[in-house]
Design a binder for this molecule. Sequence first.
Ligand code: FES
Length: 164
Amino acid sequence: MLETAKSTFQLSAEGLAEVKKELARYEIKDSAIIPALYVAQKENKGFITTAVIHHLGQVMDIPVSKINEVFKFYTMFNQVPVGKHHVQVCTNISCALEGGRELTNHICHELGVKLGEVTADGRFSVSRVECLGSCGTAPMMQVNTKYYESLTPESAMNILRGMK
Ligand code: FES
């Protein structure tokens, strides 16, 4: 659930500088929304809240509704808190044909969580995502920023069990 606009968020000085750099990079400032969301998500423990969106709106002088639209469209921006290792399993067409949905279910079952939940120890969260551009090596998952490809349920769990 998104936090209310009353909760606070403020970019660090470094984060603010990064967002301003992105704003200067493009002719149309809306183009800086995605990189700004990345910066803000990183600074807000891996997820975006209403307060984050409002802050970006002020800092970037872009309507909150526009930032919200971009935020809601892309699965790489998290709407809820995520685990230390955020497991994003692709279930788009190529991955689905190669067992991506079953893979997702297996990972959730083994970790003892439902989609969108964080394990009790805070180490893992699991979500389903759209195509990550690695269709030739389906099924695949992304854990934080790293890709793991040509997975089986067993190989995926071996990878996850090896994570601290
Ligand atoms: S369909 Fe899974 S990476 Fe493209």
